[in-house]
Design a protein around this ligand. Structure first.
Ligand code: ADP
Length: 173
């Protein structure tokens, strides 16, 4: 990967709800009405305003993304995207790639310069992390290649194990 592009991608470990960036991405479900995992952590930290705005959106299909304000979070926006439940079908990867692409496109439209992603679909939705990591990084690189505005993409991993998977993959690109 070109060095200038590599410098726009960062891997970190911790709670995405604590990050001060322009936008964080939430691994939501199709109702957008909150859930467990990263979704629960984001809603808890954002406060009830976030859920109230989400209720007004009326859901989101798998592979798409919707934008809200950040409320009590130290971000301007939360971008809610719905990853696929892993089934081992070709459409899984298509839908997961779409989550990254659509989230980045929505962020770009709203003037976002820094954005953080969790490992979408890698929790209760069961996506194997090595495959999901490849899709996350490849989709992001493709987007950044022809979009200048977003200067920083953080992949915020929760576990040591997942962070290592991302670090190893990026080291090999
Ligand atoms: P999904 O339903 O898309 O699988 P989950 O929330 O169950 O979403 O898990 C997605 C990933 O987010 C998992 O790897 C999980 O460990 C991780 N995760 C959970 N809480 C947080 C958090 N606060 N910040 C960042 N990542 C988190």
């Amino acid at each position: 990967m070109e060095e200038s592009l590599r410098q726009r991608i960062e891997i970190r470990q911790g709670d995405i709800a604590q990050l001060a960036v322009d936008a964080i991405v939430n691994a939501a479900n199709t109702s957008l009405l909150g859930g467990g995992g990263v979704d629960g952590a984001i809603h808890r930290a954002a406060g009830p305003g976030l859920l109230a705005e989400c209720k007004g959106i009326g859901g989101c299909p798998t592979g798409e993304a919707r934008l809200t304000k950040g409320y009590k979070l130290p971000v301007k926006y939360v971008i809610h995207t719905v990853g696929p439940v892993y089934r081992g079908q070709p459409e899984d990867s298509r839908l997961l790639a779409s989550c990254y692409r659509e989230s980045l496109a929505l962020a770009d439209t709203h003037g976002v310069r820094s954005i953080a992603f969790p490992a979408i679909s890698c929790g209760v939705y069961g996506y194997p992390v090595a495959d999901a990591c490849r899709i996350a990084v490849d989709s992001t690189v493709l987007f950044l290649n022809d979009h200048e505005q977003i200067q920083r993409v953080i992949f915020m991993l929760f576990s040591d194990e997942n962070r290592k998977v991302y670090e190893d993959y990026l080291a090999g690109t």
